[in-house]
Design a protein around this ligand. Sequence first.
Ligand code: V47
Length: 387
Amino acid sequence: MGVTLFDTLIAKAGLTDIYEKVIHEERLSSDDGLRLYQHPDLSAIGFMANLQRERLHGDKVYFVRNQHLNYTNICNKGCLFCSFYALPKDPKGYVLSPEQIQERMRAYADIPISEIHMVGGVNPKLPYEYYIDIVKAIKEVRPDVSLKAFTMIELEQIRRIGKKPMDETLRELKKAGIDALPGGGAEVFSERVHEELFHAKSDSDKWLETARTAHQVGLPSNATMLYGHVEQTEEKVYHLTRLRELQDETNGFMSFIPLSWHPEQTAIDHLPGPTGQMDLREIAVARLMLDNIPHIKSFWIMNTPAVTQVGLWYGADDMDGSVLEYEITRDPDTDRMQALTQTQMLDMIAEAGRQPVERDALYRVLDVPEPVLPPYMQVDTERSITA
Ligand code: V47
């Protein structure tokens, strides 16, 4: 094959060695990861990530009709990056009963939801049985829904309050009805950032250990990384390589979600937060470094629908879903959009030139709808001078 224009551009950018590795499906090193984070030509990095994305998924973009439920906002961890939590004595604190959770689900009874995503704060007052009861309550209302619930951090609390080993806790929750675990609570695998922003939470070794146990008992999970606050580039590369190592061992991660930090209403809201460039770069670097995690999700709530559409050409193959009632980054002042209809999701994907694929929490395919291009992208034969 001759030298393409892209080969020339990559050579000019000094990225030929990484490009060769991508083409030959060789694993990228931590040094490669650092260079991808630091290189000014984001388009070149996005192009390489897109090669890898299309090799794995072609044109497909996975989306899900889901409802997010937050059973409690009471949390004793006091993470500085978070605006969602209320301390145990705060009057803003709430706990949803199993019946209230069912009510929230029944409010959307007419929507064919296939995934429930349920997480909450670390609330020391809740007994072990509460967690089993809310899982059962969800499955009572929608027996066929795939339930993705409880981060590794919450599981640590559930295990502690139940005074049981982690594997037994996970088996009991699985028996009650959870099908998978969400990827939250990982933040950044760095002792320094841990100390500075979320010291009351367990550390990266514990997060990874819980994920390992979950995968071993047959509960797949997602993984996340929260970026755009005080983390350093080396720490992000380290985070990605640790996830990659665990995935080599368990193959239990379904998807990686780079989480774009929102400063609004947090204790550190004087920090500027990430930019759109950074959001796209996180997607692209993740796709290139995490060669063994099948899906990279651009969570549209945090990345915005606009960045997500572009992200579908920078390594992302998933955009999460309808996300009814998202509370973790809700900002009552700006009233940011918190839900997308099925039509809006399909339109976003079609306009981005991709093929929508509806999935459930376990990435089982439910539907492959025909994409409909927006009018401005359709050939207008009526107005064509050659017609
Ligand atoms: O663990 C907290 C993060 C996470 C803020 O697995 C914040 O499919 C941005 O993990 N700005 C929860 N992020 C969300 C999460 C998630 C979301 C969507 C899909 C999946 C999945 C997982 O949100 C927390 C924390 O890392 N977070 N505060 C904030 N101000």
